[in-house]
Design a protein around this ligand. Sequence first.
Ligand code: ADP
Ligand code: ZN
Length: 723
Amino acid sequence: MYAQVIVDIAHSSVDRVFDYSCPDDIVVGSRVKVPFGNRLIDGFVIGKSEVCSAPAGKIKPVFSVFDELPALVPECFTLMERISARYRVPKAASLRLFVPSEMRLGKVREAYKNYAVLKDAAIPLTKAAKKQGEALAYFAANGECELSAAAEKFGRGAVEALVKKGALAIEKRRINRIPSGGSFGEVLPKTLTTDQQNAIKSIEESKKCVQLLHGVTGSGKTEIYLSIIADVIKKGKTAVFLVPEISLTPQMLSQLRARFKGEAAILHSGLSAGEKFDEWWRLRSGEAKIAIGARSAVFAPLENIGAIIIDEEHDSSYISESAPRYSTLDIARWRAEYNGCKLILGSATPSMESFLKAEVGEYNLITLPERINKKPLPEIIIADMRKEVKRGNNSPFSLALRGELTAALESGNQSIIFLNRRGYSQTVICRDCGYVAKCVNCDVTLTYHSEDNCLKCHYCGARYKMPEACPECGGRHIRYSGTGTQRVVAELKELFPSARILRMDNDTVSGKDGHFKILSAFAAHKADILVGTQMIAKGHDFPAVTLVGILDADMSLHFSDYRSGERTFQLITQVAGRSGRAGLKGKVVLQTYCPENYILRYAVNYDYYGFYKNETQLRKATCFPPYSLICRVMVTSEKDAPALEALKKVYTGINAIRERNPDKFIFLNRMHSPIKRLQGKFRYQALMRLTDGSLLPEIYDIAAENSSAEVLCYVEENPSNLS
Ligand code: ADP
Ligand code: ZN
């Protein structure tokens, strides 16, 4: 028998199948060790055959086989082909996605514990052996005990003596390391509302693979997901449930664990290697049937998938930031197609791309326009910060927000103060009139670069002088740097000395349980006000919160990204959605320097469709995605000259493609990346805007051809960060 092996070296020169002789019972999908050159390396068996093309004398045998069960399920090979073809990566790089990296690198193993188990309770003991007698009585009642615990209780000597006499035996057992977070308490499924039932019916009856569930915050989407998962499990199938930041949402975890107990396994980057290893194997062995996690859980080792759910489908964390730079939605769709199941995308603010696909009929669109029990969405009050500046109020809080905070504190309710830190201090905004510096070519906000004290457009490379005063009103409050959480907390303490305040940002959250502790404390009403950054925006369900204050709502509006309007709309909707979720009426105070901005207008009225219509028109007119594709080939190297050399070649190659397809290129340029050097690497880029993705394979090829040991070239599609 011959095994067809992909060796675990992600390099194009060895990106093919190698034959090895092997025992007949080798299972396709197994990880193996094989001789390669003059060393042993890991590989994946992707097929086996009675015959082999190479001359018999040249064939070497498989050295050893890892794991009792093959790590890869058959679906992996189909996905491998698609991923490698789409993102132009070697097959080994695609297969790596399916196995936790610590396991692949041999850094983690299964864990065992020793147990003492009762064999014979009737052995005679002398009176003097008092401890042994106690131990024997314990085992007669309980049957077994973990060895270290037994040794602690009765003394190591007594336990050993009982083992010697044949009363106890030691058994080594595999144990599972279980991720913490979320309780396993009892939660009963809710009786679904008519809207929820109709949504599920629409999904079930649809002939389309992809379902877009567009429901306002609090419309009961989560309950729909849980119901679909429960149904899938009942049918003997498995499910994948992706949430952008599962580690940040203890309530979601609690719900899932309470509902599905050990059938749910959790995969995210916050787990220890051992926890991830055990959860992964629980899925692979079939003990667990629901994979819950962030982006990488889309590769969960499940067979017979009955539903794939992606919550907050618009979230940018669903795009991988390292090679292969896959889109989780792509992978999920391929898996859904392979398994003949539905892919359900859910959001209160779907991405432009997804909603467009629903509008043209590619996706089935399901709408939930109301909150559960027709509860009103919280009222959003706009506070014009320009007026506050004029009034001489230099604190981070408008008069309106101060008033609402006082009211919330007096009635014993909770408040959330959200700091919009995205893009903060990179934007030039006039605090007197709201003017924002923009590129004359591209209509995107310029980014401030302190190293050369200038403004740059990340979309065309144009440079501008940093203005001393506002070109519109002559005001001098032009360099705006946002307020930090620390200062906000300090000011709150001064205003409300008796209020209990929690702060959550990257500085206060340490260790993998840090978020949990803060959020749990807030959920238990141990604080009145929670101050935080983006981390507190998502998914939380705190019933006692009646006020949300959004400081600097427009900071992300001016982030130099064509999606900044979309991101701001999403963010405001998300954060506002934290208010008034239970019986109490909610309010939101939104502070801004440009209250007339259309994005804010739509957000305040929860008018997603109006926003979508306006935004798509704008994108169409300016040729931005989804009506075009922004593509960047990055060229990086520790040495400047080879990087520049490679960039020239990349550019020449792409230019040749452009000459053959002039109508597909809207724009092409090569330049220094806005950040010229990062982590010791020089950065250059060829930036282009294409009418569609048809030329991508050729562009990926050019990047691959110009990559070497010294220079790394890679392609980014619609990158969310062009720095
Ligand atoms: P979303 O995911 O759309 O934001 P959730 O599923 O979290 O909404 O639901 C919002 C609130 O309504 C939650 O507190 C949830 O427990 C409650 N809820 C959801 N479905 C029902 C139902 N059928 N009956 C009663 N309460 C429900
Ligand atoms: Zn520009």
